[in-house]
Design a protein around this ligand. Sequence first.
Ligand code: NAP
Length: 680
Amino acid sequence: MTITVRSYAQDAWVEPAEAGSVADSAYRLLDPSTGAQVGTIPELPLDTAAMVRHAREVGGPALRAMTFHERARLLEQLGEHLMANVATLHEAYGTVGATKADAQVDVEGGIQTMQFYAGLGQRKLPDTPFHVEGDPVRLGKHTRGQVIHTPRHGVAVLIGAYNFPVWGFLEKLGPTILAGLPVIIKPAPQTGHIAEVAVALMVESGLLPDGVVQLVSGGPRDVLDHLGGQDVIAFTGSSRTAAFLRAHPAVVQRGALLTCETDSLNVSVLGPDVPADHPLFEAFIKRVRAEMTSKTGQKCTAIRRILVPTERVPDVVAALKVSLAKVVVGDPSTEGVTMGPLVSREQADSVRETVRRLATECDVAIGGADVLPELASGNPESGAFFAPTVLVAREGARAVHDSEPFGPVSTVVAYTDMTDAARLATLGEGSLVASLVTNSPEAVATFVNEAGSFHGRVLVLDDVNAVTAAPHGAVLPQSIHGGPGRAGGGEELGGVRGVLHLMQATSLTGSAQMLADYTQVWNKDAAPIETGVHPFRRSLSELRIGETLFTESRTVTKEDVEHFAAFTGDTFYAHMDDEAAAASPIFGARVAHGYLILAFAAGLFVDPAPGPVLANFGLEKLRFRTPLYFGDSMHMRLTVKSKAERPGTEWGEVSWDCEVRNQKDEVVATYTLLTINALT
Ligand code: NAP
């Protein structure tokens, strides 16, 4: 069966009029294990201007009408549908030379990343279409400023590299959909048929609103010509292509937001404290081998430079020789094969050429440009196999710090001390990830202080986590993915920041009340609302933002404080010792416990009978501002600051702005109380 890869434009599949009728110019998909042609990507006539319009005019409004929670639920359901169909995606992977484990990193890894964003959208973002950042700031007597993030009115074009046809767009899709942006996916041709299968699964799920997802397979590259200041280009690929995109008029003239994830000469550093017979040394070797051979080294996060104390170089080379000898190279459809070919013969030629260039300044210790690996299966002539290769840099070698052999190749570089290791790491001029294998906090401090800013992520492995920590190359959605300089200067993932990065931050300036009414987050300068009914008697749907209870006041006595001290065991001098409290530079006399003030506050505002308030689940931002002395009185204000339903349940969360004051109206304590309330 040969594959004909389709595009998806304006909610319809675009394919050749007759199956098999493709022009000679069509991109030929070859199985890199055998060299056999398995399909084509035809040059299809796509109206990219209409696609961009469709995304902006149909997909964008649909997403902007949804709240973060609704967009998150869409991602969740899409993820569930993809997960239920992983077998189809693995089947599509059958002809690109990837092992099952390689495919899992991409397929399951991509779905899990999207699912992470589905969860995050429901837990960490509000049930509104926009995001409110922090509290308003004072900008004059009657004016306040509040930063909000709103969805752009554009489209995100997701351009992917060949090595991650599924993860590559799903890791971008999660944050972009949450940010309210429709997408046009542009996968790399070598593996574009796998991306097409993933898009087809999403389309057939029936979950996608019109215009939210479109796909450009092969064909015209002019989609960028139609982009402008509300659009996003999220690129992953080589620094060469990134340089072209940075100079594109859509970016330099019309101001489209461009993020680039590009090449990276990642380092892994063996600490100076790790001898060859230490378990950490073994963990280091295993991790280097895993990064060299996973996806046949075609990972932007793979370890390209192995930094090792000078005296440890022979041990490291010897251990890698033994470890890499266990790698079984061949057609991954053969049982027992642990590393497949590169994606294409062109890619193998490119790696060969880079290794030859490196070899002018390095000694080849294992493998090499002209060594064909022993094959368990596959065609050595027409396949794209490459032997795992380790080089050892001679003193002063330079190419190792600026050439990326995008295959199973890594170079050992000797260092004298940690300052030297950090200096060598920075010669890569920006990397996605560095790992440091050491038990020495001093070594970590030197490296991070001197080379941290050259990396998007630094992984430290010591005796505690060397076995269990996620691999050096694993991109976790909780952590930042991206790096400065050569790595592209991008910043993806990293939880909520990956979403907000794609939205427009606006300083909204106005009166306190106007800000509260728009954002639906009450602030201290907005008017409190008194309904005459205790707010604990009102359900989540009845409660209004700003609804307030002003309590009675009560006096705090010496007996109260002594009773509380005896009852709880908290006999801190400031509450119990006259002399020491008098000498205190802060109190000058005995004062009430902060926790006693909180407990009395609850006694003042709680309405005890069962009702819509189901539970108290915490306090945030607690500050004690003025001490309460014996005989002082306290009263409080309790105001609904914000509220949110919990999806799929009959309740929601209310946050209450709380302020305790004394008889002089001085602020004693401020905090946010969190409760769970019934919806109705
Ligand atoms: P590439 O040649 O730069 O291609 C990447 C993507 O850009 C492809 O979809 C390609 O499609 C597209 N492209 C190229 N020229 C374009 C243009 N003028 N306009 C619009 N799109 C254009 O990279 P690759 O060979 O696929 O991937 C390998 C590289 O990606 C390595 O250097 C690797 O380090 C890097 N990478 C980085 C990351 C990361 O997250 N930092 C992840 C994976 C890979 P066409 O070929 O159809 O033009």
